[in-house]
Design a protein around this ligand. Structure first.
Ligand code: SF4
Ligand code: SF4
Ligand code: SF4
Length: 233
């Protein structure tokens, strides 16, 4: 019997769902082994029943969304959070300080079986992780920094050039696309566990950044880590 998947969206720009639609022929292959029974962005008829995999995009910003999220969790074998909004609050938590206090990633409320990181997600990574879940195989989550991918691709280090790059404390998996195009990493994939934030803060201070600039950078995609960041300032 084909597996059932549901794709749900909360507070966000829907850019991660567009990445899924952009999978093209790979999406058709995926549909050969699984039915997407709920995907409001892409289809008119949607059935809320049991799901082998629920895919959650977007942050939780009110009680109605929270209730819906709990229902999805109760109806699903696996729940996968996709994109910075679902993982940690992301862009919706940035809009205004007031919203920031009320907008969270989904694992603040329910068990999450996997976090597919990024803003937006990487569609090939999405495909690989979801195919794994369809055969009950969970890939380990990445916990090494973007710097590793820079080294693999022999990208010249921006940090060493005096630019405030968050790559040393950010979870890899994006193939270091920002440093590759000469742009410092902004940690859209979230911080690694046990990240040495104090060391990065110290270096950023030496580069001439103010405390506010440093906190805003660290906090941009990682709102729930602000307390941690404040301790390092
Ligand atoms: S993670 Fe980024 S691209 Fe994805 S829904 Fe949120 S804001 Fe949009
Ligand atoms: S550019 Fe940034 S991510 Fe790349 S090696 Fe330097 S500090 Fe690390
Ligand atoms: S380099 Fe940093 S900001 Fe850019 S995609 Fe990777 S994790 Fe996100």
């Amino acid at each position: 019997m084909k597996k059932k998947m549901g794709i749900f969206s909360f507070a966000c720009c829907e850019g991660c769902q567009l990445q899924i639609l952009d999978l093209g022929s790979s999406l058709l292959k995926l549909l050969g082994v699984a039915d997407i029974t709920y995907f409001k962005l892409a289809q008119e008829k949607n059935i809320f029943d049991k799901f082998d995999i629920a895919i959650i995009e977007g942050a939780i910003s009110n009680k109605k969304e929270l209730e819906e999220l709990k229902q999805i969790r109760a109806a699903s074998k696996y729940l996968v959070a996709i994109g910075a909004c679902a993982v940690s609050g992301g862009i919706p938590s940035l809009i205004i300080e007031k919203t920031r206090k009320k907008t969270f990633g989904v694992d603040k409320f329910v068990k999450v079986d996997y976090h597919i990181r990024g803003c937006p997600i990487d569609k090939e990574e999405f495909e690989k992780i979801i195919i794994g879940f369809l055969v009950d195989k969970k890939e380990p989550e990445i916990n090494h920094p973007v710097c590793v991918e820079c080294n693999e691709k022999e990208i010249q280090c921006l940090f060493k050039k005096g630019l405030p790059c968050l790559g040393p404390v950010t979870a890899a998996g994006c193939k270091a696309i920002c440093p590759e195009s000469n742009t410092p990493c902004e940690a859209c994939r979230g911080l690694i566990k046990d990240a040495n934030i104090a060391s990065v803060v110290n270096e950023f201070k030496k580069m001439g950044l103010s405390e506010k600039e440093i906190l805003d950078k660290l906090y941009k995609f990682n709102p729930i880590d602000r307390k941690e960041a404040e301790k390092c300032i």
